[in-house]
Design a protein around this ligand. Structure first.
Ligand code: ATP
Length: 270
């Protein structure tokens, strides 16, 4: 018995190894044969001006789960306009941006860029026309502090950048690209108030003439936008300028007064 137990044990290991390898192969083949759910289109956006027209009509969307995330969202941004999307965490703000970038298709509804159905546009022309500014930004001055300014070489063989510096370079790149649509996702969320004022001024100068979409929590950063959309639970519940929305005395006005109160109680670090 002792003589055959070792080979039997070995066969047992071999069997388990073989079974795991076959399962891994099956998983791999499933990935390889999965067709991308988002297809590329063939129409190119024409550079007709510095801004772009955005139109979303009746967008409905859910991720794989059954919960509805967008429930009939419509919005329009004319070339050169800046619009802001505000609302509580999880209400669907970034999901609108993801649909606009064609990461997903809406379940129902249509998106048009310059009056062309987003689904028909080529990925290359989408990438060429849109830039995204991520969180926590500082702009031009930070780049100029590097020895070679905008000619600084980054990447494996170049300067090693910290996470924050990488973000700043991403901003600089976004602007050098001269995008016709600029998407800013909480661009000033974690900045102290002095830096915030500088960043907002730079963003304002650089975004002039372009169409801009700001996704924001802090209302002070978006109060000058041409249009503010207030979302709740997958729907736009209020729409107007800062002044319109304050005089309406609804959700936005409440958000504004509670943020003012909070900032008075907990001022940002200088
Ligand atoms: P925040 O202000 O916190 O960034 P948001 O309003 O931008 O929130 P979204 O990011 O659009 O909200 O998310 C809306 C809802 O969809 C949330 O409940 C979120 O958990 C869910 N969600 C987001 N991405 C996915 C995903 N890839 N798969 C499944 N659910 C998701």
């Amino acid at each position: 018995i002792l003589q055959i137990s070792a080979p039997l044990q070995f066969l047992g290991f071999l069997y388990r190894d073989l079974r795991q390898s076959l399962l891994d192969l099956d998983f791999l083949f499933n990935i390889l044969i999965t067709r991308p759910s988002v297809k590329d289109g063939h129409i190119e956006l024409q550079k007709v001006g510095p801004g772009m027209k955005i139109q979303a009509e009746n967008l409905h969307f859910r991720y794989r789960s059954s919960r509805k995330i967008l429930n009939g969202v419509s919005l329009t941004a004319n070339p050169g306009e800046s619009i802001a999307i505000v609302g509580p965490s999880g209400c669907g703000k970034s999901t609108i941006v993801k649909l606009l970038l064609r990461f997903y298709y809406p379940e129902l509804g249509t998106l048009f860029l310059d009056n062309i159905d987003l689904q028909l546009l080529s990925q290359a022309s989408l990438h060429g026309a849109i830039a995204i500014v991520p969180q926590d930004t500082q702009l031009h001055d930070a780049v100029m502090q590097m020895p070679r300014g905008y000619n600084t070489i980054v990447g494996e063989r170049g300067l090693k950048l910290s996470g924050g510096e990488k973000q700043r370079v991403a901003i600089a790149r976004a602007f050098l690209k001269a995008p016709r649509l600029l998407i800013c996702d909480e661009a000033t969320s974690a900045l102290d108030s002095n830096t915030e004022v500088e960043v907002l001024k730079t963003l304002k100068d650089l975004s002039s003439g372009r169409t801009c979409i700001f996704v924001a929590h802090r209302l002070s950063t978006i109060m000058h936008c041409d249009k503010i959309l207030v979302m709740d639970n997958g729907s736009i519940i209020e729409e107007g300028t800062h002044k319109d929305l304050l005089s309406r005395g609804g959700t936005y006005a409440n958000m504004w007064s509670s943020q003012e109160l909070k900032e008075k109680r907990e001022p940002l670090p200088k």
